[in-house]
Design a protein around this ligand. Sequence first.
Ligand code: ADP
Length: 233
Amino acid sequence: MALIALEGIGKRYDLGEVAIDALRDVSLTIDEGEAVAIMGPSGSGKSTLLAILGCLDPPTIGSYRLGGDEVGKMSAAALAAIRCRRIGFVFQGFNLLPRLTAIENVELPLAYAGLPPRKRREKAAATLERLGLSERMNHLPNQLSGGQQQRVAIARSLVNDPDLILADEPTGALDTRTGNEILEVLEGINAGGTALVVVTHDVSVADRLRRRIALKDGRVGKDSDHPTAAEVI
Ligand code: ADP
């Protein structure tokens, strides 16, 4: 069953004199539990696509259905709820709040979701434990290694049991070995049924995901699930 269905998605940035079409006529579906890499050179529209998938930014044209619901028809409050409960975000730079401890960072989405403090703490602790951070819960981000910080960020993305994790160059700030560990963590989460979309420049990262979609000048250039006739031959 399709988790994500994009149809004729376009995104235009109007800059007065000129307009930039960051995405043009993007149509694709991503199933529940799929693992997909979004690749492409700088400026090809990867971040724009991720922002649309994450309900952070609306497309200029086209339809985006998430779990069957048309995102374009939702109120700002409904979109905020979706970003909090159904989608987890993981960034290159971790984006942890520096003055909050690991467990407090992980509790944030639970606070937005309205969970009482004791339940928040229990759930955040269990999620950090699952990610191998039970000894680090009360550390501040700057007392943790890059790999540990990214695990905290992944715990935060995971704590509301989302349907989808969107990761923007999740290994970009890490050395190869730590990056591989983080990919294994994301793969493990995906194996549990959470869909995973990873934006990456790194072919060795993309190669680990079952499906790869390459953007070129705002269009889908290649999709490993839907090769063109020329690629099959
Ligand atoms: P990528 O993530 O692949 O580098 P982006 O989605 O960031 O690509 O950008 C696609 C195109 O849209 C680029 O030409 C970029 O300059 C342009 N763009 C992105 N964001 C904005 C914005 N907020 N305003 C104007 N142009 C933008």
